[in-house]
Ligand binder design. Structure first.
Ligand code: PCA
Length: 199
């Protein structure tokens, strides 16, 4: 039996409703006998990992799947890579707006996702859920948490599969009718299939 941490975020910038927070509430306690631990993280560069770390230490998970909203994307997008850089034109939830800042001056330039991206793609396609592997998680808080988690796993030689997946707006969270969105049920089903692909 495996232990799987699934993280999500709440509101940030103009996004009052973050579908990843809704997903956390919908997740069952177990999937195929494996335990699921949903955790909402603060949308704060310097606090998101500090908040998550004690959970990683306590739970000792086999898998960490991090979720975030990428409004405007037209598919569920597993991220291929996290890079050692913070750069944004919009503030995090405490007003911090880094420009061209290294996340960890002693860290590697980048880390690849530890999730089985092609398996995830295959599983979602079976259910006709829009999916596309992404080659950039941006340089805002999502790339930041993905980098910090993979960096922590690398530095401590932990046997944890971890990676990040961006999701589009849900029908409820989109700012206007012109923007692409999926029903929350479909995003939820996508997340379940991602977890099954990892298992
Ligand atoms: N998406 C943002 C941060 C929180 C979220 O859900 C991002 O893509 O960085």
């Amino acid at each position: 039996m495996m232990k799987i941490i699934v993280t999500g975020f709440g509101r940030f910038l103009d996004n009052e409703n973050n579908p990843t927070k809704d997903i956390l509430k919908l997740l069952p306690k177990t999937i195929l006998g494996n335990e699921i631990f949903p955790i909402e993280l603060p949308v704060i560069f310097d606090e998101c990992f500090d908040y998550l770390k004690p959970f990683i230490v306590d739970i000792d998970p086999d898998v960490i799947i991090m979720l975030g909203l990428a409004g405007g994307r037209k598919a569920i997008t597993p991220e291929r890579v996290a890079i050692n850089m913070k750069d944004t034109t919009g503030p995090d939830n405490i007003g911090y707006m880094p420009v061209d800042e290294i996340i960890d001056i002693n860290g590697k330039n980048a880390f690849f996702s530890g999730l089985p991206l092609r398996e995830i793609e295959k599983n979602l396609k079976i259910y006709n859920i829009p999916v596309k592997i992404s080659n950039s998680a941006g340089l805002y808080v999502c790339n930041n948490i993905m980098y910090k988690v993979l960096n922590y796993i690398d530095q401590n030689n932990l046997n944890i599969k971890a990676g990040f997946v961006h999701v589009p707006y849900s029908d409820e969270s989109k700012p206007n009718v012109d923007v692409f969105s999926l029903p929350i049920e479909i995003i939820y089903q996508g997340v379940i299939e991602i977890i099954k692909a990892v298992l």
